[in-house]
Write a protein that binds this ligand. Sequence first.
Ligand SMILES: Nc1ncnc2c1ncn2[C@@H]1O[C@H](COP(=O)(O)OP(=O)(O)OP(=O)(O)O)[C@@H](O)[C@H]1O
Length: 274
Amino acid sequence: MERLTVDVVRGQARQPLVRDLSLAIRPGEMLALVGESGSGKSITAGAVLGLLPSSLRIGEGRIRFRGEEISAWPDKRKRRLRGKEIALVFQDYQGSFTPFMKVGKQLVEAVRSHVRITYGEAKELALHWLNEVDLPAERVFGSYPFQLSGGQRQRAALAAAMLLQPKLLIADEPTTALDVLTGERVLDLMTKLRRQTGCAILFISHDLRLVLKRADTVAVMQGGRIVECGRADTMRRQAAHPYTRLLLESRPLLLRDPGTGRAAEPDKPLQLVP
Ligand SMILES: Nc1ncnc2c1ncn2[C@@H]1O[C@H](COP(=O)(O)OP(=O)(O)OP(=O)(O)O)[C@@H](O)[C@H]1O
């Protein structure tokens, strides 16, 4: 992305939501885009994918993918790129699968909508990737999404994303809905997959400390702009921008019982406090 600006269009007026954003991800690299809610991370991902709502437009700048400028491509051409060369994993892993169709059937259909192979070949590919994400492949293939745990569904979504060996995987808060250990496992798998396949990963997160452990490069966003971008190991030692330091120092939220102010007990109403 070079000097990318995304505007919200209201009648004749345009107001920038993402400004002057430049980022580069190389094959096999994990770049994390981090910032608080509303900082512009999802809009940036939407711009790359050609998935911006109609009220948002790329204003200035350009997006290049494997040497081609894709920002000006028509929707149909971008659609062909999505799923095949650029894959997606969302926070809402429920939304990655249709509820009442077996996981295997969905994986097979996803492959066959992009490449002309037989059912048997597509099934073999699906089983291979389910295996790669450490799932009991045959069982998951024959299961409905609701028969899997949240962590299993997110790993199945990762297998679905990898099926066509994408060059870029965009993962928008893929671990946020998972408990810490399950989330770490999904991240470990992403690290393994990018090493194995050379797939680049754009990892979107609000959790700077989490991504500093796994990403090669970290870009910190605030109010639609990148305020700091650099190697994760350097940022771990010395964050330059005050906002990055604030994100690093911010304490995890605790769940407290609003009545007693103590750590919450199960089944009591909860309140989030900093
Ligand atoms: N369709 C839209 N029209 C107008 N403003 C929008 C639209 N979509 C997003 N915005 C605004 O753009 C800003 C950036 O939104 P974005 O969803 O990219 O943030 P984010 O960093 O991904 O946040 P979160 O972590 O909560 O998903 C926010 O202030 C949001 O309210």
